[in-house]
Design a protein around this ligand. Sequence first.
Ligand SMILES: [Zn+2]
Length: 65
Amino acid sequence: MKYPEIKTDKVSPLGFPCKKAVYHTREEALDMIRYLDEQRTSKPIRPYKCPVCGFWHFTSRTDKA
Ligand SMILES: [Zn+2]
């Protein structure tokens, strides 16, 4: 697996393809999922790597996508 080299968290909002919250790494996404699980404010979710922007988003575990 090759990941894009992203050195900054200042991603330009201009032209950014995704409106969802993005996480730069799977670990970062998993950290947030752990936090959300503790808060029990959300449905079960899992991270997935977005083919559009190359970052990570969350999706419901019940989604087939
Ligand atoms: Zn995306």
